[in-house]
Design a protein around this ligand. Structure first.
Ligand code: CO
Length: 460
């Protein structure tokens, strides 16, 4: 396996960060956030959608956003009987495995092609602005590959557990499913989430500023159950998890986490894992770097020290201002972001009331509170939770805005149940500098313009 061929995101993420900032428009091309909707009846009523290409732009360009309403046929509006009520619809099994409405075709994962030289060692982003509640649909969970998605026949897949154990075992998938099962809802976040924003606001869209993030119900077997089955040595303190992808993606996991809440999962959101998410089996370390949640899991080796693999030394470590690097920084700290309004969800209906909402999460526990500012952090108001609040899961919050048409600087600031408060950029940079890629959890700012357009800005 030639690892040189699989440059990780991180070595490439550094380059584009330097230039583009709020100083001016960016010429780099990224996919539009609003590709054309599928061709359907032009008389179909639908909510206004964002027609402008918003893929990537500076704040200066964001002021030129235009919003268009589709043509609405009076014959489809009350008191008339709309056209779709006058004909029979399609029957059962038209779509044996259901798909979203074609009018939701704009809701999709997207990538940023300049981040990586190819798409087999790359990342795509979850469309956070269009999601509701706290569960990410399986087909919209962000992707991160180091050597593409392996196509694995579950009948030919095995999970081997060996090393400092009394009884090494090799499990088939059906063996694994004979162990007591458990389900839990947990977020999954790449530690590089927001990594392009360390040196300034760059990505104009919440999909790209925060979209290496998802939350699913995961079902499988507690790793502690499997470790009890094999019997671990008294000296054992680390476990190596290795994937069956072409990169043999692997990470060292401390035994404390393995015996606490680590899960070996084969299902997400009620269905088998999607291939992109590690089918047929993966590791989930709730609240920890997504990178540690090894997909296509084929091997767990028990040992008494970390292995210092490539993806926990040269990558997924944190370069500090003094030139040293922090390693094994596993926890995804408390973070939050407003998902609407956002560049994808402008205030397109003029002055008046809007529902401001977003997501908060902490790898250390439950979200205790979220405060929202409309004036760049001068004053804050307490937002409401609009979802259940679970440890190490996304939590949705919302607050009403009565907009008078003046510019706003929207922020959210989350606090978790350890008392940790999400930092400002200044607070984060005072400790971490600007050379980092990972673990950027600073308070994010959206600037709402008098047009209703929303731009990504950073406040000094
Ligand atoms: Co880390």
């Amino acid at each position: 396996m030639n690892h040189e061929k699989h440059e990780s995101l991180d070595s490439n993420i550094d380059e584009p960060v330097v230039g583009p900032s709020l100083a001016g428009p960016v010429t780099t091309t990224t996919p539009s956030l609003a590709p054309a909707l599928p061709q359907t009846s032009s008389s179909t009523a639908r909510r206004g959608f964002l027609r402008s290409s918003l893929g990537l732009m500076g704040a200066a360009a964001a002021g030129t956003l235009g919003f268009a309403k589709s043509v609405v046929a009076a014959s489809n509006l009350p008191p008339e009987v709309p056209s779709w009520s006058r004909v029979l619809g399609s029957g059962v099994l038209t779509n044996p495995y259901g798909q979203p409405s074609p009018f939701e075709a704009n809701v999709q994962r997207r990538t940023v092609d300049w981040l990586t030289p190819d798409r087999v060692a790359s990342i795509s982003f979850t469309p956070l602005a269009d999601l509701k509640g706290i569960i990410t649909p399986s087909g919209l969970v962000f992707e991160r590959y180091h050597a593409g998605v392996p196509e694995i026949d579950p009948d030919q897949h095995r999970l081997m557990i060996h090393g400092m154990v009394d009884r090494p075992i090799t499990l088939t998938m059906s063996d694994l499913m004979r162990f007591p099962a458990t389900s839990r809802i947990a977020f999954l976040e790449c530690p590089a989430n927001g990594g392009m924003e360390w040196r300034g606001a760059q990505m104009n869209g919440v999909q790209f500023t925060h979209g290496m993030l998802a939350c699913c119900e995961w079902t499988g077997v507690l790793l502690s159950t499997l470790l009890a089955e094999v019997g671990i040595s008294k000296k054992a303190s680390w476990i190596l998890a290795e994937g069956a992808d072409g990169a043999s993606m692997s990470r060292s996991i401390p035994m404390d986490k393995a015996l606490d809440d680590a899960l070996i999962v084969y299902a997400q959101n009620g269905e088998a894992l999607r291939p992109e998410q590690g089918y047929p089996v993966r590791l989930i370390n709730p609240g920890w770097e997504g990178n540690t949640c090894i997909k296509w899991l084929r091997r767990l080796e028990v040992g008494d020290q970390p292995w210092y693999q490539r993806e926990e030394t040269s990558k997924y470590s944190d370069l500090m201002p003094d030139g040293s690097a922090r390693e094994f920084t596993f926890v995804q700290e408390c973070n939050s972001v407003i998902t609407s309004p956002s560049p994808e969800k402008p205030l397109s209906d003029g002055k008046g009331k809007y529902w401001v909402e977003g997501l908060a999460w902490s790898g250390r526990g439950k979200i205790k509170g979220v405060d929202v500012s409309f004036d760049g952090g001068r004053t804050f108001r307490q937002a409401k939770f609009t979802s259940i609040v679970l440890p190490r899961a996304l939590t949705r919050f919302g607050i009403e805005l009565d907009w008078d048409g003046s510019p706003l600087l929207l922020q959210s600031r989350a606090v978790d149940d350890t008392g940790y408060v999400q930092p400002t950029y200044q607070q984060l940079r005072d400790v971490r500098g600007t050379n980092s890629i990972y673990h950027k959890n600073a308070i994010h700012t959206w600037k709402v313009l008098p047009t209703g357009g929303v731009a990504n800005v950073q406040l000094s």
